[in-house]
Design a protein around this ligand. Structure first.
Ligand code: SF4
Length: 376
């Protein structure tokens, strides 16, 4: 008797593909502590997120396919692994997204995929789904589309036509680290060249200026140091004008290769991820430069102390800061003071002097931290 092959229905496919898409945080799933790797109550494919422009929304997020021809050692979906593979149809994906949208359970779409065939074939499937959602259903909201390494300029341009945001994952800070993880991905040709093209096509004054561009590093898979990641991140912001950089701690998921570099304690890798997000915030919102970030002798960030606290300890000459006349970026150097409190201070100074921190912030650990660094 022939074996009966059970064909998964749409929800079963979403269960598999939503789960397999969870490690990609470049859609902004995981940029704040509260929503870190959180999924919606209805399934693995619904994610609360903070978008690159700071807005909050809920995304329908899935892989279109978890079949993949690639060989990335850190990934459970690499070609040689024996995992259950499935692919969503083009109309099927568009329809199910529209159903969730009409039920007001999601407000945006994130699509990624394993590499099925070549990069352009895969991009054609992703773009076809987005085209139906945009052109047939008239959806004008947020769509984030993944650009596959090796995608051609024509495929990238079609993606930019349809998307509100795009991302191509850089994964490692340099070709030498990528070579440890994949024999097939050409770091410069498949990843950096498309990133440069996206940067040119989305620059100010161009046709796709409205499209946001993000990327993601995998942390702890290739033996890379935090310092290398921070240097690369600085270049991505300054030279390629990326809107956001995300980090995903390598997790030895079932089927993923047990990497020797990945023998670092998983909790430490998650803390490295957290510290890299803090550095990212300091550089984007607090006026820190990469030269202000302190690393230990093995070029790692401290797991025990946050990078702003370490900077303050290394610069006692900078303190105390006068709350009543320091400028915004001087105030932002004070441990415990974040952008919101600094804004309250600056607003409060317009109407009079501040004589106690309690006037501008709540009691708690942050207030205690700030107290020893300020005068009035
Ligand atoms: S390209 Fe690499 S990281 Fe992406 S799904 Fe395939 S094996 Fe995984």
């Amino acid at each position: 008797m022939p074996a009966v092959i059970h064909q998964p229905d749409t929800i079963e496919k979403l269960r598999i593909l939503g789960r397999d898409g969870q490690y990609d945080l470049a859609c902004a799933c995981g940029s704040t502590k509260d929503e870190h790797r959180k999924r919606g109550p209805d399934g693995n494919w619904i994610y609360p997120v903070t978008l690159p422009n700071g807005g909050k929304t809920t995304l329908f997020k899935t892989l279109v396919s978890n079949a993949c021809n690639n060989d990335c050692l850190y990934c459970p979906l690499r070609d040689k692994n024996d995992v259950r593979r499935c692919t969503l149809g083009i109309e099927e994906t568009a329809d199910v997204f529209m159903q969730y949208l009409q039920a007001r359970q999601v407000f945006g779409l994130f699509l990624s995929s394993g590499l099925t065939g070549d990069a352009d074939k895969t991009m054609a499937r992703i773009n076809a789904i987005a085209a139906i959602v945009r052109r047939k259903h008239g959806f004008r909201g947020y769509i984030h589309l993944k650009i596959l390494p090796g995608a051609s300029p024509a495929a990238i341009e079609e993606t930019l036509r349809l998307a509100s945001a795009v991302s191509i994952n850089i994964e490692t800070p340099g070709a030498e680290y990528m070579a440890k993880l994949s024999q097939r991905k050409d770091f410069l040709k498949d990843i950096i060249e498309p990133m440069k093209l996206i940067s040119r096509l989305t620059a100010k004054g161009t046709r796709y200026e409205r499209v946001k561009s993000t990327t993601q590093f995998i942390v702890g898979a290739a033996g890379e140091t935090d310092k290398k990641i921070v240097r690369y991140m600085t270049g991505l912001y300054q030279r390629l004008k990326l809107n956001r950089v995300y980090f995903s701690a390598y997790q030895s998921a079932p089927g993923a290769e047990s990497l020797s570099a990945g023998k670092e304690n998983p909790t430490d890798r998650l803390m490295r991820e957290h510290r890299l997000y803090q550095v990212d915030f300091l550089m984007r919102k607090y006026g820190f430069s990469d030269a202000d970030i302190l690393f230990d002798e093995s070029e790692k960030l401290s797991l025990e102390k946050d990078p702003k606290q370490l900077w303050a300890e290394a610069h006692p000459e900078f303190f105390p800061v006068n709350i009543n006349n320091a400028d915004k970026f001087t105030l932002l150097r004070v441990p415990g003071l974040g952008p919101r409190t600094v804004k309250t201070i600056l607003d409060g100074r317009k109407t009079g002097r501040i004589s106690r921190l309690e006037e501008v912030m709540r009691h708690g650990k942050l207030l205690q931290k700030a107290k020893s660094h300020v005068v009035f």
